[in-house]
Design a protein around this ligand. Structure first.
Ligand code: AMP
Length: 366
């Protein structure tokens, strides 16, 4: 029997959440509505998720004693970020079910492993190559062509650990600036739009996808999401099918996000997978107010061993991130008709820091 098949929480049981950011905070709030408690583990004493739970563990992810005490206090463990160290997951998994499982972390923590996995499923993906030196980078460029995108295999997020390489760039300098020995080179995709699918999968294999979301980035950070994405239904169905295939192939339990590019193919628009996030995702925040069930509640239900809901969208919806100084506008947003304001209770508004978001549900299809 696998870890996921064993979990069946009752109201009053406790979920352990690794990571104390806004995603952990919103997961804990969704759990509370279902009568479940959460205990948050985070090394940062200013974790926004600490504010909404009674019990928190403030310790390093390498602190085995703290991890063991945390595991003893909870019934199941999940996480809000994909870079959970393998050793941390191992210590916890020896004591309590960790969902999604460690195997999934191993696949999604490394861009090369992730891309090999997606390609083996026969899903469209940008051409890519393993790069470990300036020589292998030159060979990869010769095959893939320019422009291309170089990305570190690990720890990249919000555009960090990646760069576009164009004709005439100093390749040796690009490699030096990336400061890594393991990267991938990816063909630059002239996409029409970026979309994502937020999918939930329960231990019995049932999958529920939210409506496909269209995402607009500024300075590599998500700024606005719109649901539904402005794409033909057949393409939306294909995108949802891809997310379902990935979730099933991973034997996934919980919510995952699959980011995709919409590109013009020979027979019309098609999609290429960019990235898998094994967690709730910023592009799914619209579901908090724009659908009958949020991504956070679906995740909690899945890891609790409860049935997933069938999310119904309330209308066209947008989600706007409040990034850095955008937070200063929160009072204006409070009076916008149809707007719901979410503030994360974070400290200083540093540039690029996600401070909150606003959802707006519009009365009818635009
Ligand atoms: P990632 O960290 O892989 O999600 O990339 C962050 C953002 O960079 C994406 O949302 C895209 O806007 C852009 N990007 C990443 N890879 C490519 C690519 N191969 N071609 C064009 N744009 C890309």
């Amino acid at each position: 029997m696998t870890a996921s098949q064993r979990v069946k929480l009752k109201p009053g049981d406790t979920i352990g959440i690794l990571g104390g950011g806004q995603l952990g905070r919103m997961l804990a709030m969704a759990a509370a509505r279902l009568g479940l408690r959460c205990q948050v583990f985070s090394p940062d004493p200013d974790s926004p998720a600490f504010d909404v739970v009674l019990n928190a563990t403030c310790a390093e992810y390498a602190d085995v004693e703290a991890l063991e005490l945390f595991a003893n206090d909870v019934d199941v463990i999940t996480y809000e970020f994909e870079n959970v160290p393998a050793a941390t997951a191992m210590v916890l998994a020896a004591r309590r079910p960790v969902l999604p499982t460690q195997k999934i972390l191993e696949t999604t923590q490394d861009r090369l492993v992730e891309k090999d996995f997606v390609r083996k499923l026969g899903i469209g993906i940008a051409d890519y190559a393993d790069v470990s030196s300036v020589e292998t980078l030159r060979t990869a460029i010769a095959r893939i062509g320019l422009p291309a995108v170089i990305k570190t295999r690990r720890f990249g997020y919000d555009g960090k650990g990646q760069a576009i390489i164009r004709e005439g760039d100093d390749i040796a300098q690009v490699w030096e600036d990336l400061a890594t020995r393991s990267a991938i080179l990816e063909a630059f995709i002239p996409f029409e739009r970026e979309i994502s699918v937020i999918a939930a999968r329960s231990a019995d294999g049932h999958v529920e996808c939210f409506d496909v979301t269209e995402n607009e980035h500024r300075d590599h950070i998500l700024k606005i999401s719109r649901a539904p994405a402005d794409i033909p239904e057949a393409l939306a169905a294909k995108a949802r099918g891809i997310a379902e295939t990935i979730a099933s192939a991973l034997d996934y339990v919980g919510v995952l996000a699959v980011e995709m590019f919409v590109v013009q193919g020979e027979g019309g628009p098609t999609v290429l997978v960019n990235e898998i996030a094994p967690r709730v995702h910023n592009s799914g925040h619209w579901t908090l107010d724009g659908a009958s069930i949020s991504q956070f509640e679906q995740h909690i239900r899945a890891i609790a061993g409860w049935p997933l809901g069938k999310p119904v969208r309330h209308g066209p919806v947008t989600m706007t991130n409040l990034i850095g100084d955008d937070i200063n506008d929160y009072e204006q947003w409070l009076t916008v008709p149809g707007a719901t304001v979410h503030l994360y209770g974070k400290g200083p508004a540093r540039p690029g820091r996600k401070m909150g978001h606003v959802t707006q549900v519009f009365p009818r299809e635009k």
